[in-house]
Design a protein around this ligand. Structure first.
Ligand code: DOR
Length: 459
């Protein structure tokens, strides 16, 4: 339960502070007051603090800037039966995310100032900072550019038609040209549906075995290639959403080597789960399939792919080809997954399992813990620019947005305990290692988990 009434100073003592923005990784105390980080030092004595101060013993925990998620679906307005801004922000707080950026595939779509204002009002007082992403095209219909300037003035932090790509290359060229001048990224969902009519999972041995239409890697890669070329032409700010294939990672690596300013993200599920999870045995194809013979919770855009693709995405995140992690948190109501694989909705509820999923890459030795923290903090802040950096560091004087987590704590996912209304995850019942102990936004503790923090909370 969050200590919502505590407004005094907080001393977080004895943790391993990982603060990539300041190149810091070691044992430090962190003092928070007046909503800001006040000091980070080897030892900050508690006796000098006033009576209202709370001291948290963070020994055994990592203390880092709060995670920033530049890709979530909050479903409000329009689909409040799937998620609301309040429940999505609560799920973010539980996952250690202090800033989340909401995609515009709402109803109405976020293509005018009134919807941006509505979201800001609904997010006031929420346990995470909520920012809106505006549509690239009016109504996300792909025919005519949205009024990008109006949307920027209203406060959007990026543009995207996510859920769908920007198909029209001419419109994409224009949007990228404007993005250069406006200084705001265009996040494109790269997936050419003409290459995968009716596709519901990755095209490969699992789609063959289940007899379902596949989505080939080229559906993503053809559009990644197009967008990189358009970025080279325009000098625009291209951000590639949820990359999933080895070929995409290779193209981004090559583009960066050529000096093209493209950025990219990858989702936790594409770093751990493969297409084999669709068979219903939680990734083990030798487990006898249950009565359904498939798990609709694995159905997601872009689809879960092969072992080689997962390995390439992990390697790309490790070496910085991929700039950041983003969850693509896509909550859906129960019935939309209690159906055939073909009929099921695309999407996974991710915010509350993200850290545990991502830590699998650290525990396997593929990514270092400081690198992972970088990809969740300064990485996304760099992609977005425009003032995000202040939320991605523990620099004294910046807003106190932090997360405390135990990188080793094992826990079993139980969707019934989710704050998110979306219980759609193939990870239900799976044991993960890595758990959030507390989340702080603007100096306020918005979430705490006593069983993780219990290592001597002394006040
Ligand atoms: O699986 C997905 N679900 N991928 C997307 O890009 C959109 C999302 C949604 O909105 O449900």
């Amino acid at each position: 339960m969050a200590d919502a009434h505590h407004n005094g100073p907080i001393l977080i003592a004895g943790g391993r502070v990982i603060d990539p923005a300041n190149g810091r990784d070691g044992a430090f105390d962190v003092l928070i007051a007046d909503g800001l980080v006040k000091a980070v030092d080897r030892s900050i004595p508690a006796d000098g603090l006033d009576q209202t101060a709370r001291v948290i013993d963070a020994s055994g925990l990592v203390v880092s800037p709060g995670f920033i998620d530049i890709h979530v679906h909050l479903r409000e307005p329009g689909y409040e039966y799937k998620e609301t801004i309040a429940t999505g922000a609560e799920a973010a707080a539980r996952g250690g995310f202090t800033t989340i950026c909401a995609m515009p595939n709402t109803d109405p779509a976020i293509d005018n100032a009134a919807v941006v204002d509505y979201i800001a009002n609904r997010a006031a007082g929420a346990p995470a900072r909520v920012r809106a992403i505006g549509c690239v095209t009016k109504g996300r219909k792909g025919r005519e550019l949205a009024d990008m300037e109006e949307l920027i003035t209203a406060g959007v932090v990026a543009f995207s038609d996510d859920g769908d790509p920007v198909y029209d290359a001419g419109l994409m060229r224009l949007a990228l040209t404007y993005s250069r001048d406006l200084g705001v990224p265009i996040s494109n969902h790269c997936e050419d549906h003409e290459l995968c009519p009716g596709g519901v999972m990755s095209e490969g041995w699992v789609s063959s075995r289940l007899g379902l239409a596949g989505i080939p890697a080229v559906a993503e890669e053809a559009m990644v290639a197009r967008d990189i070329s358009l970025t080279e032409l325009t000098g625009g700010r291209l951000h590639l959403a949820h990359l999933s294939t080895a070929g995409s990672v290779a193209m981004v690596r090559q583009a960066k080597e050529r000096g093209i300013a493209v950025t990219a993200e990858v989702c936790p599920h594409h770093l751990m789960l493969t297409e084999a999870w669709a068979l219903g045995g939680k990734g083990d194809p030798n487990v006898a399939a249950g009565p359904m013979a498939y798990d609709t919770h694995t159905k997601v855009y872009p689809p879960l792919r092969s072992n080689a693709d997962v390995a390439a995405c992990v390697a790309g995140l490790a070496d910085g080809t991929i700039d950041c992690v983003a969850t693509d948190h896509a909550p859906h109501e129960r019935v939309s997954k209690e159906c055939t694989y073909h009929e099921a909705a695309f999407g996974i509820s991710v915010l509350e399992t993200a850290l545990g999923t991502l830590m699998s890459t650290v525990h396997s030795g593929s990514i270092s813990l400081p690198t992972l923290v970088e990809r969740l903090t300064t990485g996304p802040a760099r992609v977005m620019g425009n003032g995000f950096a202040q939320y991605a560091s523990l620099t004294p004087g910046t807003p106190a947005d932090l997360v405390l987590f135990d990188p080793d704590a094992g826990w079993t996912v139980d969707v019934n305990k989710f704050a998110s209304m979306g219980r759609n995850t193939p990870l239900d019942g799976v044991t993960l290692r890595g758990r959030v102990g507390a989340t702080v936004v603007g100096g306020r503790i918005v979430f705490e988990e006593p069983t993780v923090l219990n290592k001597g909370d002394v006040a």
